[in-house]
Design a binder for this molecule. Sequence first.
Ligand code: F6P
Length: 321
Amino acid sequence: VKTIGVLTSGGDAPGMNAAVRAVVRTGISKGLNVVGVRRGYNGLINGDLIDMSLRSVSDIIHRGGTMLYTARCDEFRYESGLQKATQTCIDHGIDGVVVIGGDGSFRGARDLSLRGIPCVGIPGTIDNDIACTDYTIGYDTAMNTAMEMIDKCRDTAQSHDRCLVVEVMGRRCGDIALNTGIACGATSIVVPEVPFDMQKDCLERIQKDLTRGKRHFIIIVAEGYGKVEEIAQQVGDFTGITARALVLGHVQRGGNPSVRDRVMASEMGHYAIEKLLCNGIGNRVIALKDSKIVDFDILEALEQKKEFNMELYRIAHEISI
Ligand code: F6P
């Protein structure tokens, strides 16, 4: 392996820059040429490449977003897109690619590996929804951002004796909702992984709390469940208190990465290069398992099923009375 490409793909996540920096610096220090691929797989299809140097990744470790830009690329799902991307790699002598992104991006890395360009995936998404790893880059920062926003909502809910129903990100995964829900003392946490009984798990809990003197409430709902307006309406109708719905949205994807995200990104970025160099066969995903950085075959990784932390969910339920 002499020249490697690095790209960020899918939704951006705080810490992606730190991962790019680690890939570039490790690669160069091991004698490789490193090429930045812009806007995810689109950059491979269109040849939108930039030469990376030690200095080109200066002053980015603390920044949110991604200096390489990112995108979800439909064309890459089809043979024509894959062929163009493979040709770009051949034309520029790229003999390995590090892909920082989520599940969808790893499918692309698998397809490119199958065409003879070794790829290594680094999990980067705020959702923490990748089954093979206990942690994805951006997750910690996103949760802390959500927590800060919900704390602010709580001040106003408290002043007005209201219920706030807050949607946090997580399309298929309730991890952000579960953890921020606990951190913010939510009365109910609603996630796509667990059936939710509106009457029992929310309305009657609020009613009971009202009789015990509690006057304001926070309900956290994962995006994958949604329906915050509907929940707020039902809370208002059933309990008589004023309820407001709020979608936190993309604010959770931005901001300076936390220590955890910067360190995790640096470690994973470094490991990715070592992997590409040691076997040159690619088709691997870097993961955190039981506090250790490990790697899996991409096919195996994509087949794993993400487990929801039911024990933590049960604890949350029990302590939120
Ligand atoms: O995968 C990260 C994520 O932020 C999800 O939580 C959310 O559903 C999705 O991306 C939003 O995507 P977009 O920025 O394309 O609207």
